[in-house]
Design a protein around this ligand. Structure first.
Ligand code: FE
Length: 274
């Protein structure tokens, strides 16, 4: 979009990660999109205060565990996963994943660099295998008995549950979803969001689409398909998500995720997290 400038055909920029949305704002490829409908649909905490982007869904990065091999009472915080008792049991994708980079960036912001570095090292030491595949593959590896705990985003469990492959669709039955850090900083949450392109040629229709996507009907539909959490509190959520209960989320400025990304990548490198 930046390179195309005024000839860009994009009306909307739709992506995951609050840090990326902030970066798009900083790179000046977006312009503010404001309406009373949007303000009403989406709570202020999921919107850019200057209206350059707006969240359409949230996702939590949680602890997923093998119900037959891990007791819920054994789980507490992200940091507790560095305990020696989890040696050879933890599954997580590679450090090149934006999801892991934002997770570690959030720890740098909340707990400081030293504790974030120890966490990355501790997880790398407890891995069941060298990182391989996406979040979904970590859940599948629990089912195969390769490890007992996966650090992954909530919606992949939901998406597995509706898989057309009947064996895959049964995997979530054996999995527990645990929201870490409920007594401490809260579970890491990120967003999917949208911004209006700086050179949008269909501004009215673009805004109407986002108003629909963030409205009660659009949000209910979106959550039923993607298994992300709606940002609009009036939307219905799938039964599976409801069964996991409510949780306390990290309270964090998304701009900090982008600011700490480089540092997070360096800490992963030092930790030997491939
Ligand atoms: Fe994803």
């Amino acid at each position: 979009m930046k390179r195309e400038g005024a000839v860009s055909e994009a009306d909307l920029f739709f992506t995951v990660d609050g840090g990326v949305l902030n970066e798009a704002k900083r790179q000046q490829v977006l312009k503010p999109m404001q309406s009373a409908v949007l303000d009403d649909n989406v709570p202020a905490r999921w919107r850019d205060p200057e209206h350059y982007w707006i969240g359409v869904a949230t996702r939590a990065r949680v602890i997923v565990y093998a119900k037959d091999r891990v007791k819920r009472e054994e789980l507490s915080t992200y940091e507790s996963l560095t305990d020696a008792k989890w040696k050879g049991r933890i599954l997580v994708r590679s450090s090149s994943s934006l999801y892991n980079q934002s997770l570690l960036a959030s720890f740098i912001a909340l707990n400081g660099e030293g504790r974030a570095a120890s966490w990355a090292r501790g997880i790398a030491e407890n891995m069941a295998r060298a990182p391989k595949g996406g979040d979904r593959e970590q859940a599948m590896a629990i089912a195969e008995g390769i490890g007992d705990i996966a650090i992954m985003n909530t919606y992949y469990v939901g998406q597995l549950s509706v898989s057309e492959d009947s064996q895959e669709a049964r995997i979530p039955d054996g999995l527990g979803v645990f929201f870490p850090d409920q007594e401490t900083g809260g579970t890491h949450v990120n967003i999917s969001g949208i911004g209006l392109a700086l050179h949008a040629k269909n501004e009215d229709n673009a805004r109407k689409l986002v108003e629909f996507m963030t409205g009660t009907e659009g949000q209910t539909l979106l959550s039923s398909e993607s298994f992300e959490y709606p940002v609009n509190p009036k939307a219905a959520i799938p039964d599976l998500l409801r069964s996991w209960g409510t949780f306390k989320a990290q309270s964090l400025d998304f701009a900090k995720l982008a600011n700490n990304r480089e540092k997070a990548i360096a800490l992963f490198g030092q930790a030997g997290w491939k």
